[in-house]
Design a protein around this ligand. Structure first.
Ligand SMILES: Nc1ncnc2c1ncn2[C@@H]1O[C@H](COP(=O)(O)OP(=O)(O)OP(=O)(O)O)[C@@H](O)[C@H]1O
Length: 565
């Protein structure tokens, strides 16, 4: 966004009883206390009125006085500005009776706390001159009006049953007051059944809104994602059952207020699962493009995924955890242990096309952070690649397929790092949010001990791919065919999970007689939901949606945005 040019303002106003030099340009609002050089110990005796009289309007001379601790906030991180209520008690306690009628305005802004957590802080500036006060209010509000990326009207879906069933409470107590403060109007729908939000998005007048917000977990986000992508394709007459279709990107952004038992998408795009932080990212109008993968079975659309598509270990963990929902979030630990102990491996074929344009590699040390260069560069290279393809100057893409046949502990496609509080590095630490590619991780059959070593590395600093039985590729598309599909020419629909049942159950795995393994198929874990099909193909759609987020910020930025000066 082009910075709007405003005449720079500089005045002396008072903050918490101290006179401060306040300055504003098109980018930043800054203030610092003024302390007379001669006698700093007698600060309380500074005559504010005299300072104000000297300083009204432009006060270049004052800037020469000794500056003490100051603050600087980017205009883009101001939440709102408004006339302050004059509290008589406060006014008298500040011993400002000589200001016959004080005027004040409050600036609400984003303050960074620890671990990517944001809070909304307020500072009130006082002065005795009404005209000066109005001048500042107008200048600040004019600048905020130019923050055109900020949403004004939002559609909110709340899942009242997600996580600890506190979605409604979280929204009303923590989020709605902030939206009010920022002057955002909302239409709120508390969902009444699963897929309520998804179905509603097919009908609703999207033009009325600047964004859609889901309050819930990853399942709720997935609902909104499916509803929005589906709706946009329907409006554009694009057949999403066609795995080759070029899907139309969604212009409207999605915000996530974390209130589920798993909030991985929020964690990977904001850096923390905190409703207030997410609400502030929405208010500032942040925008984070996100790749979306479509999953098909032949010419039939199955699902979209943005984080993990996993077969084998992660599919089995999901299956087991679904059986124990009554245990709450503890079900994931139990399922993890049980699945690890059962130690199944599955036979099949993985075929993939590498994402040649991708600027990074799954094994480099570059994590996807806010303003990621790898995403920017990859997206540019992908555009060039697609143009070259259209002009026919690239060799036949069909020749690019690579195939891996064998027995696998796990086949995972990570579209983002899949970090969560338990695994801060994630499944694929160098995966990117918006590079048009996913990391395909194939864990070949190995001993229990080796598999455990691989799993443990998800929680420490060691490279989890540095094992002879693990391979990882950055891909644009992949297919998986289980062994029994190949045996039966992969044609019979009857060979799939729901229908196959007993027939395939009879194929006893001979690899691990000790574990009594009798399972020929695993299931796919698609962003925490199961798929009925095992033979699938996945394709990455570069930057198909945008979130109200900015990616995980570097905790030690070179130019800290909101800081003390
Ligand atoms: N009113 C409702 N009643 C029942 N289910 C709902 C309702 N609204 C949404 N859902 C469904 O609840 C599922 C889980 O929601 P959500 O992701 O918000 O919570 P969660 O606790 O993180 O769930 P999970 O751990 O199962 O992923 C979603 O798939 C969503 O479709």
């Amino acid at each position: 966004m082009e910075p709007v040019m405003v005449p720079a303002l500089r005045s002396v106003l008072a903050v918490s009883g101290q006179s401060c030099e306040l300055s504003l340009d098109s980018e930043r609002l800054a203030w610092r206390e003024l302390r007379p050089r001669r006698d700093r110990s007698r600060r309380t005796g500074v005559c504010l009125t005299r300072v104000l009289q000297r300083a009204r309007g432009l006060t270049d001379s004052l800037s020469r006085q000794l500056p003490s601790g100051g603050h600087s906030i980017p205009v883009s991180e101001i939440v709102s500005v408004g006339e302050a209520e004059i509290d008589e008690t406060y006014h008298h306690s500040m011993k400002w009776e000589h200001m016959c009628k004080p005027h004040a305005f409050t600036v609400n802004y984003v303050q960074r706390v620890k671990n990517h957590r944001w809070r909304c802080k307020a500072v009130t500036f006082w002065c005795s001159d009404e005209v000066l006060c109005c001048h500042w209010l107008k200048a600040l509000n004019d600048l905020l009006d130019h923050q055109t990326c900020r949403p004004k009207h939002l559609l909110i879906y709340i899942n009242p049953y997600g996580g600890k069933k506190k979605g409604k409470q979280i929204y009303e107590k923590k989020v709605a007051p902030l939206f009010n403060l920022a002057g955002i109007s909302t239409d709120v729908i508390v969902t009444e059944f699963a897929n309520h939000a998804r179905d509603d998005l097919y009908e609703v007048n999207l033009e009325k809104y600047d964004g859609i917000v889901c309050v819930g977990g990853d399942g709720m986000f997935s609902e909104v994602l499916h509803g929005l992508i589906g709706r946009v394709q329907k409006d554009k007459d694009i057949d999403h059952d066609n795995p080759e279709a070029n899907l139309s990107p969604c212009a409207i952004r999605i915000g996530i207020i974390p209130a589920g038992s798993t909030d991985c998408v929020c964690f990977a795009t904001v850096g923390i699962n905190d409703p207030v932080t997410s609400a502030l990212h929405i208010i500032l109008g942040d925008s984070q493009p996100l790749d979306v993968c479509s999953v098909h079975r032949k010419k039939r659309f199955l699902k979209y995924t943005v984080s993990l598509l996993g077969y084998g270990f992660y599919g089995d963990v999901l299956k087991c955890s679904e059986k124990n929902r009554w245990l709450g979030p503890a079900r994931y630990d139990l399922a993890g242990i049980k699945t690890f102990l059962s130690h199944h491996c599955y036979e099949g074929t993985v075929s993939f096309q590498a994402a040649k344009w991708a600027a990074g590699s799954p094994r480099d040390l570059t994590r996807c952070m806010s303003g990621c260069d790898i995403c920017r560069q990859s997206s540019k290279q992908l555009d060039e690649h697609q143009k070259a393809q259209t002009l026919g100057s690239l060799q036949n893409e069909q020749e690019d397929w690579k195939t891996i046949k064998g027995k696998f502990m796990a086949v995972n496609a990570a579209n983002m790092c899949c970090a969560c509080p338990r695994s801060p590095k994630g499944l694929s630490p160098a995966a990117h949010l918006a590079d048009g590619a996913a990391d395909l991780i194939v864990v070949h059959k190995c001993s229990r001990l080796n598999f455990l070593r691989h799993l443990i590395r998800h929680t420490n600093k060691k490279d989890q791919f540095d094992f002879p039985f693990v391979e990882v590729h950055r891909v644009k598309t992949f297919q998986f065919t289980p062994k029994h599909f190949e045996d039966e020419d992969g044609d019979a629909e009857s060979t799939d999970l729901r229908i196959s049942g007993k027939k395939n159950f009879a194929q006893i795995c001979t690899d691990h007689p000790s574990c009594g393994c009798n399972q020929v198929n695993s299931i796919w874990n698609c962003d925490g939901e199961t798929l009925d099909q095992t033979a699938i193909e996945m394709r990455v759609h570069s930057q198909l949606v945008k979130l109200f987020a900015r990616g995980v910020e570097d905790s030690k930025p070179k130019n800290k945005c909101s800081s003390r000066i």
